[in-house]
Write a protein that binds this ligand. Sequence first.
Ligand code: GTP
Length: 259
Amino acid sequence: MNILAPVRRDRILAELPQCLRKEAALHGHKDFHPRVTCACQEHRIGTVGFKISKVIVVGDLSVGKTCLINRFCKDTFDKNYKATIGVDFEMERFEVLGIPFSLQLWDTAGQERFKCIASTYYRGAQAIIIVFNLNDVASLEHTKQWLADALKENDPSSVLLFLVGSKKDLSTPAQYVLMEKDALQVAQEMKAEYWAVSSLTGENVREFFFRVAALTFEANVLAELEKSGARRIGDVVRINSDDSNLYLTATKKKPTCCP
Ligand SMILES: Nc1nc2c(ncn2[C@@H]2O[C@H](COP(=O)(O)OP(=O)(O)OP(=O)(O)O)[C@@H](O)[C@H]2O)c(=O)[nH]1
């Protein structure tokens, strides 16, 4: 029996959402990777692991991490500051290329005194969102330390990074241009994708989280296909350590559309 309600109609991704700035994008492809599209079309998406991805949101206190998550998940905005104590958690459900997919969004505390509690939740993230305030250059400088701390608990070669400037509504266009120049440079050094958002007005919030969902989904499916690649027809399977080899033979119809 399926006890989950259907995914909201406005959480369905049939195409790859585009980046904000090509200079600092995780990749500039227009579509999902062909292997991912193909595997989803044929429902060859294997084990369940990749259908949920853990995402942690880190950054200085009061940069707007909680407001960012609340704008996306609940479409609310609170102008009063309430510090996050340790961590909070939201689960957001999507459908990507016809496949149900969820993001676990971990909102962590920026205040120093709660940081050690929050950091115990960093492990096992597939994506790290590092937030800074577009009107506070110190918060941008601190993003490098936030990233270093988060990466101590994660595999830097497989985790996706997003650098997000918040409170865009408070910047004048001239201030914004200056800040963006520095932020793009930091994003390029970190190999992160850059976004600028406002949780007050909602500018770019939905676009940003759709991009996070799409890219983590894509990375997960590719990793899953990579793992199961060892079990493809024609591959050598080594048994024990006695040098005997077996070759997998065709037991299933070969996929028709895979590159
Ligand atoms: N104008 C404006 N204010 C914002 C925006 N986002 C957040 N704020 C305000 O900034 C303050 C801090 O926001 P939070 O989301 O609680 O900050 P946080 O990063 O979660 O803070 P910690 O939990 O201490 O780490 C609140 O008063 C929010 O109303 C925004 O986009 N525009």
